[in-house]
Design a protein around this ligand. Structure first.
Ligand SMILES: Cc1cc2nc3c(=O)[nH]c(=O)nc-3n(C[C@H](O)[C@H](O)[C@H](O)COP(=O)(O)O)c2cc1C
Length: 308
């Protein structure tokens, strides 16, 4: 069931028109065109694909995703079919009723640009740069924590595509604002904050780390206050749309991110626990909140918590 269409909920991020400010986060369900279409039909205002690179990758051996207190811990290792094969899925989504954002990664700025160019040629409405995957050596971890590399990647991609470019930032650095500044100065049209938080868990019986990769990324409820702080800090300094992400599972969470400075929000882990209905429920809850508080649009409350 789609959420009611409402003018109050329509919004815009870097020129992309959204019927409501919710998006599917990268890596959750976004591996096939069928799932992306179903997510759009369930009420997401936009959908982001799983991150895709130049070559196919198998990812890490199991276990790759485990449930921990207040969230999920994952180290999947970016399994994907490679952009040339994935381009078929993108093409088959022509006519999708919501914007399609393709998440890309690469092992060099040139590779990011090449993948992004193929994605846009195939029909992506925007690309999101996965700069921050904390568990693939040489891909996200080096790029995402280094402002100079971020700048190079963003510049290369901006030169290669004529669609909006979102830079997705890692919280695993001492100063996320420095990373955001580098992306914006290089031409990023929006920032997505945040990717997962580096974390691990150990089995006390076997005395071994549980993830095959030992260290992974934490998502879900546990990271929400970290993500809200990141959005707040970025909004305070940078004049660019921010897409908030991290632990959102209800309209209250979404509104909190918008008040911190997000123009839209992404939902990942909560889709696994709550199902595809979560987009409609969050959107309808935001609408009721706006109505109850006497606001005419989402835009009116973006960054409202920064007042005096
Ligand atoms: C199983 C899993 C796979 C993920 N894969 C990707 C990915 O391919 N690219 C990416 O940018 N983020 C990926 N993420 C991170 C999410 O997009 C999101 O930034 C993070 O999980 C925080 O949001 P959440 O708490 O709503 O899940 C993944 C997260 C999970 C749980």
């Amino acid at each position: 069931m789609q959420p009611r269409r409402s003018r109050r909920l329509t919004t815009e991020v870097a020129g992309l028109k959204l019927q409501n400010p919710t998006m599917l986060a990268s890596g959750i369900l976004g591996t096939t065109s069928d799932m992306l279409r179903r997510t759009a039909q369930s009420g997401a205002g936009a959908v982001v694909t799983k991150s895709v690179g130049l070559e196919p990758r198998e990812g890490y051996p199991n276990p790759t995703v485990i449930e921990v207190e207040c969230g999920l811990l994952n180290a999947v290792g970016l399994p994907n079919p490679g952009i040339h094969s994935f381009a078929e899925e993108i093409r088959s989504l022509e006519g999708l009723e919501v914007p399609l954002i393709v998440s890309v990664y690469g092992f060099s700025p040139e590779e990011y640009a090449e993948v992004a160019a193929v994605a846009v040629q195939a029909g992506a409405d925007a690309v999101e740069l996965n700069l921050s995957c904390p568990h693939v050596k040489g891909a996200g971890s080096d790029v995402g924590r280094n402002p100079k590399l971020i700048s190079e990647v963003v510049k290369r991609v901006k030169d290669a595509v004529d669609k909006p470019v979102f830079a997705k930032l890692t919280p695993n650095a001492s100063d996320i604002v420095e990373l955001g500044e580098a992306a914006v100065e290089a031409g990023a049209d929006a920032l997505t904050a945040i990717n997962t938080v580096r974390a691990m868990t150990i089995d006390v019986e076997t005395a071994r780390p549980i993830l095959a990769n030992k260290i992974g990324g934490l998502s879900g409820r546990a990271i929400k206050p970290i993500a809200v702080r990141c959005v707040y800090e970025l909004y305070r300094v940078l004049d660019v749309p921010i897409i908030g992400c991290g632990g959102i599972s209800s309209w209250r969470d979404a509104v909190e991110f918008i008040l911190a400075g997000a123009s839209a929000v992404q939902i990942g882990t909560a889709v696994a626990s709550k199902g595809l209905d979560v987009f409609r429920l969050v959107a309808e809850g935001i609408e009721s909140y706006l109505e109850r508080k006497g606001y005419g649009s989402v835009k009116e409350i973006v960054g409202l918590s920064h007042r005096g």
